[in-house]
Design a binder for this molecule. Structure first.
Ligand code: ADP
Ligand code: MG
Length: 347
C-alpha cells in the first residue's frame, strides 16, 4: 500500500550524515512570523515575544501506536502531525506562530522518505503560516518517532480554558463528527485484506471525504477567526482528538458541570452515516466515540446564541447544566442516556 511507492530512489541517511540531513530537510523552509528572530541553524532558536501571552503544546507520536505507515503516506503524516499540534493552540482560542520538529528514525527510512515527511510538514507550515524554528534528529532502533512542539500567542483575556463552562451556556462544535473514525475503519479493513493476500485489489470505495478526514485533517482555525470577528470569546473550549464523549467529560470535570447533548443536532456527514451503516455501526455512536476529528468543542454564554447562529460551520449541539444532572445524550426519541468516556486509548 502506501510505503511501496516511495522506494524508487533510495539514499541512506548515513550517506548524508546528521548535519547535511538537517540542512537538506530544512532548506526550503522560509520564516513568515516577525517574532521569529532566529530559526534553524544555531544552538537555540530566538523568538521576540509580543505583548501577548505565549502558549506551548507538545505531542509525541510513535509509529505503530499513533500512526500506521501501511496506509499513511509520509507526506500526509508530516502534515497531520503539524495540524494536530496547531489544533491544540487553536483550542485555547490562540494563534500558532512557531513549531519545532524532533524525529528519531531507524535505517529502514531513506533520505527520500524523510523528504516526503518534511514536504508535508512544510505544506502545513505554509498553510497555517507557522515557522519551523528547530528540532532534533536522532536514530531509533526501530520505526519512526516524531515529536512536535507548537508555540502560539493570544492576549490574556481571550485565552479559553477547559474550566470555564457555566450552567446555561450553550455547547457547539466547529464541524461534522465521526468521519475520521470511519475513514480509519475503512483503511483498517483494507489493511487486513491486503495483509491476508496482497494480490487482492485495495478498494477504498471512492471515499475521499472520510479517508481525507482521517489522513489529512485540518485544524479548525476558520472557527477561531470567525469567533474573533464576531467578538465572541467562548467560555470553554477543547479540540476533539479523543472523541466527543471523552472530550466533553474533560470539560465537565474541569468546569464542574453537567451537559446535555441533543442527538438530532449532532452533525454527521452523509457519507460518514452511510459508511457507519455499512459497518453495522450506529452513526451517532461514531460521532460520540470516534476520535481524531480535530473539530473544536466549545461553550458560549447564552447571550452569544444569536450571533453564533450565523457563523457558518458552527453547530449548536447541547447545553451545560448543573453537575448533579450528569452528562447525557437526549435521543431523538426524547430519552436520556448517560454519556461515558470511550475515547481512543493508546494503552
Ligand atoms: P545540537 O547538537 O546543538 O542539538 P543540532 O545539530 O541537533 O544541534 O541542530 C542544529 C540545528 O538544526 C538547530 O537549530 C536545531 O534546532 C535544528 N534541527 C535539528 N534537527 C531538526 C529537525 N529534525 N527538524 C528541524 N530542525 C532541526
Ligand atoms: Mg540536537
Amino acid at each position: 500500500m502506501a510505503e511501496e511507492q516511495s522506494e524508487v530512489k533510495r539514499t541512506e541517511i548515513h550517506e548524508l550524515g546528521e548535519f547535511a540531513l538537517i540542512e537538506h530537510l530544512s532548506q526550503d523552509f522560509v520564516t513568515q512570523q516577525t517574532s521569529t528572530i532566529k530559526a534553524i541553524g544555531d544552538d537555540a532558536a530566538v523568538i521576540h515575544p509580543s505583548d501577548a501571552m505565549m502558549l506551548v503544546s507538545t505531542d509525541l507520536l510513535i509509529e505503530g501506536i499513533h500512526f500506521d505507515l501501511i496506509y499513511t503516506p509520509l507526506k500526509h503524516l508530516g502534515y497531520k502531525c503539524v495540524v494536530v499540534n496547531l489544533s491544540d493552540i487553536y483550542a485555547m482560542n490562540a494563534f500558532p506562530t512557531q513549531i519545532t520538529v524532533s524525529i528519531a528514525v531507524s535505517n529502514r527510512f531513506s533520505v527520500e522518505a524523510l523528504e516526503e515527511l518534511y514536504d508535508g510538514i512544510r505544506t502545513a507550515c505554509d498553510h497555517y503560516k507557522v515557522d519551523l524554528i528547530g528540532g532534533d534528529t536522532t536514530s531509533s532502533p526501530k520505526g519512526l518517532v516524531i515529536s512536535i512542539t507548537a508555540i502560539g500567542k493570544q492576549v490574556n483575556e481571550k485565552i479559553v480554558y477547559r474550566s470555564g463552562a457555566k450552567h446555561g451556556d450553550q455547547i457547539y462544535v466547529s464541524g461534522e463528527l465521526g468521519a475520521a473514525y470511519l475513514g480509519l475503519q475503512l483503511l483498517e479493513r483494507e489493511k487486513q485484506i491486503y495483509l491476508s493476500d496482497p494480490k487482492i485489489k485495495v478498494d477504498l470505495e471512492n471515499q475521499q471525504y472520510i479517508i481525507g478526514k482521517f489522513l489529512k485533517p485540518e485544524a479548525a482555525r476558520q472557527c477561531i477567526f470567525q469567533l474573533a470577528k464576531a467578538e465572541i470569546t467562548p467560555t470553554c473550549m477543547i479540540d476533539l482528538s479523543d472523541g466527543l464523549s471523552s472530550d466533553l467529560l474533560h470539560i465537565c470535570k474541569q468546569s464542574n458541570c453537567g451537559a446535555i447533548i441533543f442527538e438530532e443536532n449532532v452533525p454527521i456527514n452523509t457519507e460518514a452515516q452511510l459508511m457507519a451503516i455499512k459497518f453495522n455501526l450506529d452513526p451517532i455512536t461514531c460521532a460520540l466515540n470516534g476520535g481524531e476529528d480535530y473539530e473544536l468543542l466549545f461553550t458560549a454564554s447564552d447571550e452569544d446564541s444569536d450571533k453564533l447562529r450565523f457563523i457558518p460551520g458552527v453547530y449548536h449541539i447541547g447545553e451545560i447544566v448543573d453537575a448533579n444532572h450528569g452528562i447525557k445524550l437526549r435521543t431523538n426519541a426524547g430519552k436520556f442516556h448517560p454519556i461515558t468516556a470511550q475515547g481512543w486509548k493508546h494503552f
